[in-house]
Design a protein around this ligand. Sequence first.
Ligand code: GLN
Length: 188
Amino acid sequence: MAPLVGVLALQGGFDAHLKMLRELGADVREVRVPADLEGLDGLVLPGGESTTMTLGIAREGLAEPLGEIVRTGIPVLGTCAGLIMLDRDHLGLMDIVAKRNAFGRQIRSFEADLDFPDLDAPVHAVFIRAPWIEEHGPGVEVLASVDGHPVAAREGAITVVAFHPELSGERRLHERFLDRVRTRVASR
Ligand code: GLN
């Protein structure tokens, strides 16, 4: 059976994630209210605008149920604003502090090729008013950096990237994420 992956769909770039996850064989569900979290095997927090997303999460009463399901250990992938949402100052689910618009407000967008530890060819990364990870705890493994600033990291089942793999045709991060989802489903 295909695993069921939820994508937070209050605001921002959730469509491209849904499309890529579908193409990779997952069943997908848009997450807008707490009931949408029920029975998910994995969760994606997309990019967008973190202030708007924070307001939406508060409005729908999603913070607590989101925290609950993430703490059960389901694989989570956060991109850009999704990285910000997971940090200590927002949902508090990952031991990182994100710095918003870290590359400067005037730099709306740039692209870079990043080496990842477990991928043999570099990841082509599209950054859009991206954050970086300003601080992180000892349990966080940094996967990639730009000019010495972490832009991809992992802690337990949570992986975050400051860029948009779903916009550059980069499928490997979603593939790895789905591998972890499938492994966890199979071990239940
Ligand atoms: N700058 C946005 C924020 O601070 C994030 C940008 C993005 O998700 N592409 O919320």
